[in-house]
Design a protein. Structure first.
Length: 81
């Protein structure tokens, strides 16, 4: 089975909707720190963001999030995609 890991390259914010951060409610965004890693089930490039589904544990009750593509690195079986 292929394992995808989303690695955070700089402090950023995960978003539940692809809207400007100031338009989101506090519960629709989640700050993450550089170096954090998340096992993901799947992903899709959406403009300048990556939409991803967490593999195991939800964050704030949500499994599907968006993140700015420039703030992350996608790994597949330990190698950079």
């Amino acid at each position: 089975m292929t394992t995808f890991i989303l690695k955070i390259l700089r402090d950023t914010v995960l978003q539940q909707k692809l809207l400007p951060l100031e338009a989101l409610a506090n519960q629709e965004k989640h700050p993450v720190k550089i170096g954090m890693e998340f096992p993901i089930h799947s992903y899709l490039q959406v403009v300048d963001h990556l939409r991803f589904t967490l593999e195991r544990q939800a964050i704030a009750g949500c499994c599907i999030w968006y993140v700015n593509s420039d703030d992350v690195q996608l790994l597949k079986d330990g190698g950079v995609i």
